[in-house]
Design a protein around this ligand. Structure first.
Ligand code: HEC
Ligand code: HEC
Length: 222
């Protein structure tokens, strides 16, 4: 009699656990501690959403701040009703669903929630993403000509150009290692380019500065 009771207890506990776990995918709990906006943007938004939800108006998923405003409706449309993404874009795959739900479960953080706040005030590139070559580009060109606008908190802060990984992981293809002519950071600084950067009022890059970017990209953007 006693053992039957224990058995029933065990069954009902198991049932509860399973039921609680149902709506979540296996790893999303662990992933919630490491997922960042950049990861969601690279793995999900840029592949499944940005074609329709860029910064042209409406629901903007380009930047952390604007995507964060829409957390609830992203959950409702992309995870629950699955009405997003819309055709012709194919639905989220398993991995994308997992990454997006981990991020939303974590409250839509910009950086991983285990991340040290202190790092945000001093956005020095971390060792593995920096190099003498990149630091030279940053110092001689980006700091002088771009970062007054393209850094967190400034008005073009949603396109950050601070770190090597900002340049290499951007869906805008800012830097395509080996290929300056498809790297936006190179083409957009050409005299007469569409939306030429830096914008009017700031002195354009010199030939030597553009040559330096070009050489760095050809070398593989180390
Ligand atoms: C092919 C175009 C297209 C794609 C791709 C797309 N959307 Fe949308 N989305 C729309 C349109 C159009 C609307 C506004 C009309 C509507 O709600 O049906 C919309 C509306 C939304 C809304 C607001 C809905 C509400 O009820 O508040 C959210 C949130 C959203 N989309 C999220 C996403 C996410 C997340 C993805 C990628 C996983 C995505 N969309 C992919 C076209 C698209
Ligand atoms: C005076 C402010 C300012 C400076 C300086 C500046 N930008 Fe921009 N940049 C902007 C603004 C504003 C936008 C438009 C943002 C948007 O589309 O919402 C922009 C957009 C861009 C884009 C995206 C364009 C696109 O077509 O999507 C790139 C790439 C860019 N800038 C690169 C640079 C580079 C490289 C430099 C330095 C050589 C630079 N910017 C200097 C203000 C600036």
């Amino acid at each position: 009699m006693k053992s039957l009771f224990v058995l029933l207890l065990a069954i009902s506990c198991n049932y509860k656990i399973e039921k609680n776990n149902l709506p979540q995918l296996e790893n999303s709990g662990d992933m919630a501690e490491t997922v960042s906006f950049q990861q969601v943007k690279t793995e999900v938004f840029s592949q499944k959403c940005l074609a329709c939800h860029g910064n042209a108006g409406g629901v903007n998923l380009e930047s952390h701040a604007s995507a964060h405003e829409h957390l609830d409706s992203i959950r409702r449309t992309a995870l629950q009703s699955k009405s997003m993404p819309k055709a012709p874009v194919e639905g989220l795959n398993h991995r994308q669903y997992e990454v997006l739900s981990a991020w939303i479960d974590a409250g839509g953080p910009k950086d991983p929630i285990g991340h040290d706040e202190h790092d945000e005030e001093t956005p020095a590139p971390s060792p593995e993403e920096t190099s003498a070559e990149f630091l030279k580009i940053r110092k001689k060109i980006l700091t002088a000509k771009c970062l007054s606008c393209h850094t967190a908190g400034e008005h073009a802060g949603h396109i950050p150009l601070d770190t090597r990984s900002d340049l290499l992981s951007s869906p805008l293809k800012l830097v395509v290692p080996g290929n300056p002519d498809t790297s936006l950071i190179y083409t957009i600084t050409a005299p007469g380019a569409r939306n030429m950067m830096p914008p009017m009022g700031v002195k354009p890059l010199s030939k030597a500065q553009r040559e330096m970017i070009r050489a760095w990209i050809i070398k593989g953007a180390p």
